[in-house]
Design a protein. Sequence first.
Length: 159
Amino acid sequence: MTPTRPILFATDGSPSAEEAQKEAFELAQRLEAPLVVVSVVHAVVPAVGCSGYGYSNIVAELTEAEHHRVTALLASVAEAADAEGVHCSTVAVEGFAVEEICRKASEYEAQLIVVGSHGWGAARRLLSGSVSTGLVHSAPCPVLVVRPRVQPVEQAAAA
């Protein structure tokens, strides 16, 4: 019997990623699939104009802090998966988020990528980029984009 291909859950630890985490856990349980959790260590580049004495120390410290953040995030997700009875492995990668997530999805032969969406409008996506949009267009497998739940205040404003 061929082992079940994993579900890949990409997380940055944001509130929208928390919603996607719930979906990823549920899918892994229903499909009896292993879960691979990927988080990307973001390159730390201080603002333009910062240079000179101590610059390399600042970059090194910020990079180390980002590595610690991702390590703690992955440990937290693994602990939550264990509590839910989901078999989970974690991977920290460095580079451009979309490229690295797609690379890991190919490497693990993932059947699905689960990722959260910040729910930003087109203008903000244009300025900040969108990992979920990039994955939809570049991933080697289907992508489930989990939108954030509408907050009660937003519901009242919409009414």
